[in-house]
Design a protein around this ligand. Sequence first.
Ligand code: NAD
Length: 480
Amino acid sequence: MRITVVGSGYVGLVAGACFAEIGHDVILVDNDFAKLAELKNGCVPIHENSLPELITTHSGTRLSFTDDLPAAVSASKAIFIAVGTPPTEDGNADLSYVEQVACGIAGAIDEYKVIVEKSTVPVYTNEWVRRVMVLNGAPHELFDVASNPEFLREGTAVRDFLFPDRIVIGADSPRAQKVLQEIYFPLTSGRYYESPTARLRSVNGKASPQLIATSAKSAELIKHASNAFLAMKISFVNAVANVCEHVGADIEQVVQGIGSDSRIGKRFLRPGIGYGGSCFPKDISAFQAVAAESGYDFRLLEEVRNINESQRKGFLRKVRRALWNLKGKRLAVLGLAFKGGTDDIRESPAINIVQSLLREGCTIAAYDPAAMERAKAVLRGTIRFAEDAYDAAHSADALLILTDWEQFTELNLDRLKKELRFPVIIDGRNLYSPDNMAKAGFVYSSIGRPDAFPMTLTHGLLRTAASFYGSGVDAVEYAS
Ligand code: NAD
């Protein structure tokens, strides 16, 4: 099928490349000329696993890029809107980009088409899109508006798109439902997975995804409710981690215990410095705002946000406990992206913490495997961008781990210790075991677990350090 995807960002670009991969002809539309020029030159403007391979394979054949929205609409049967829906000051979703695209599509409707919301939007948006299009001259009988929320995660976006848990298609007309079913047929039928030309293979023998057909409103709500639930899981585990710190329990053991219950599950029960990114913070605010407008006060979500905020503050307290005065201290920071596997720094807790530490007078050298270029836009001139983790650690008073990059779990600890001025690590992502870090000679503080100290510190110093850390008798001593 000929499909247009409007918006070539983290979602649109992945969706477009994956639609091409499963056999459709895709026109990607964007109004960012610099981005379009990069794409036309074969460059991929975002860091996302497997995306460059798909774009290289399909560009010029099943995948093309343009700024000409009317021509793309005219040539397509389905038009996916995947533009940004950032938060407004009052927490609502800013739908002006969606409206702009809806107006642009309206004038080019010359035969039946399905307009699909791929962007995350509040309930009722489909009705607004329809209204705006009719007002802008689209014949009402020549189009339907459907909702097809996207559940991909940055870092594993291509795999998530091609091997999803479920595909939700929300459409109020059977005709639109049929078009969407046809688009996803290569996945729901399993045909793509059996194809010899498929570029990605299932890693765990995952079966074809379930197709969930709903009303457009339900689909819009499914997306907001899913993200709110996931954020709630993260805040829940962080709240439990705080209790663990107070009583001297170990959150990782607690998570193993609760997550093994199949009703709960281990995923998204990862304690840390809180969630960030372009989705959870804004989607929770927007969901809360939508609920309030409809007359329901969704206070649970307020607490999810409060807990998330307090994780960052709690982490800063740990840094102060480890180093006493922060003014003039040199810190190494590992990770600037909001999570591992992506270059996205939008609402990144790591950036937020770096900015707080700068305000307190620290000097910072930071390293991130993919997000340095984007981080330079907000931090240029305020920190040193290091060559690698060891360069960041050079002469630092402590090392902070702020993003859960896979490669930060495999650091050469001896080398790191030699680079650091003091062997102090404060891990906001629980990437290491306190036992191993203490054995490696580090004073190690993490989230929801007792701090660990090496025996190389004299007993007196150890006791001072232990009480200084607020861990008292629960601090763990190790012979190194
Ligand atoms: P993004 O900012 O990376 O991309 C948006 C793109 O739309 C940009 O390239 C921009 O130039 C383009 N654009 C804006 N206005 C346009 C217009 N009038 N015409 C053509 N192009 C236009 O955003 P994103 O992260 O891809 O998110 C898009 C939507 O998908 C949001 O609603 C988001 O909440 C949702 N979503 C994001 C993720 C994620 O992980 N990023 C996951 C699921 C859903």
